[in-house]
Ligand binder design. Structure first.
Ligand SMILES: Cc1cc2nc3c(=O)[nH]c(=O)nc-3n(C[C@H](O)[C@H](O)[C@H](O)COP(=O)(O)O)c2cc1C
Length: 235
């Protein structure tokens, strides 16, 4: 085993004290893969393994894991490097309970799902500010003929999506699971956690240790055949 990996092994007793068995197992599996396999395979496995998991065990998620996941999210690209995304981390049970009500958890439970939003150890609210994009694109290097561009696409939503994708994948990479639920009452969420007016909460990412869950009925549709999705040279 190489020196860097030996250094990682040194943290195992601390990990074992603070993290669940599944987390330590995933960490060990990763070390082994790093020692033997190409990194590209590890990335592919992470992408293929990711799915929305709507049930979590009571296993805790350490604050340092959440910090690392969100630090990675900051590496998402953003138009003009506007960096208009922000995240609110909610761990207090009462706040998660209220958030779950706003996210329609009662309806999910009525449909046979678990209390996945209130019971996840960590809830992250991804937010994006359209205003920060207008501010950025009114800076001299972004003006076109002295004016702000006509936005061909609302890039702020593209950028928060990129940040969310990093969070979803980083959770899997950490041996955890996650699920996104879209915000149906953004104003209610904004009020609950004090989000500034110009930030829009797009939903909630629930993160925790995976438990056996009910799959979304939408999955019955199956993945579209690749030839319907990917077009070469011409559509
Ligand atoms: C923008 C967006 C909004 C979504 N909103 C919800 C939601 O409100 N509730 C939910 O249970 N799943 C939601 N999902 C999850 C999708 O149902 C899920 O990604 C899709 O069925 C494919 O399943 P998979 O992610 O497990 O592969 C959302 C996903 C996206 C990308």
């Amino acid at each position: 085993m190489q020196q860097a990996q030996q250094a990682h092994v040194g943290v195992l007793p601390t990990l074992a004290r603070h993290e669940s068995r599944s987390f330590v197992k995933a960490f060990l599996a990763k070390l082994t893969r790093r020692a033997t396999g190409p990194l590209a395979l590890e990335f592919e496995q992470t992408v293929r393994k990711r799915r929305m998991v709507r049930h979590f065990t009571k296993g805790p998620v350490g604050a340092e894991v959440v910090t690392r996941i969100l630090e990675l999210a900051q590496h998402a690209p953003s138009a003009g490097f506007s960096q208009g995304s922000a995240y609110v981390v909610v761990t207090q049970p009462e706040m998660k309970r209220r958030l779950a009500i706003l996210q329609g958890e009662t309806e999910y439970v009525g449909a046979g799902f678990h209390h996945w939003i209130s019971e996840s150890p960590v809830a992250i609210i991804p937010c994006v500010s359209e205003k920060l994009y207008h501010d950025r694109y009114n800076e001299p290097d972004k003006l076109q003929d002295g004016k702000e561009i006509e936005w061909p696409t609302p890039y702020w939503f593209f950028d928060i999506g990129a940040g969310c994708m990093i969070i979803l994948l980083a959770a899997v990479d950490a041996g955890l699971a996650a699920a996104f639920s879209g915000a149906t009452d953004p104003a209610g969420i904004r009020k609950l956690v004090g989000i500034p007016k110009h930030f829009h909460p797009v939903g909630v990412i629930s993160i925790g240790h995976p438990a056996r869950d009910k799959k979304s009925p939408s999955l019955k549709r199956g993945r579209r055949p690749v030839e319907q999705v990917v077009h070469h040279e011409k559509w």
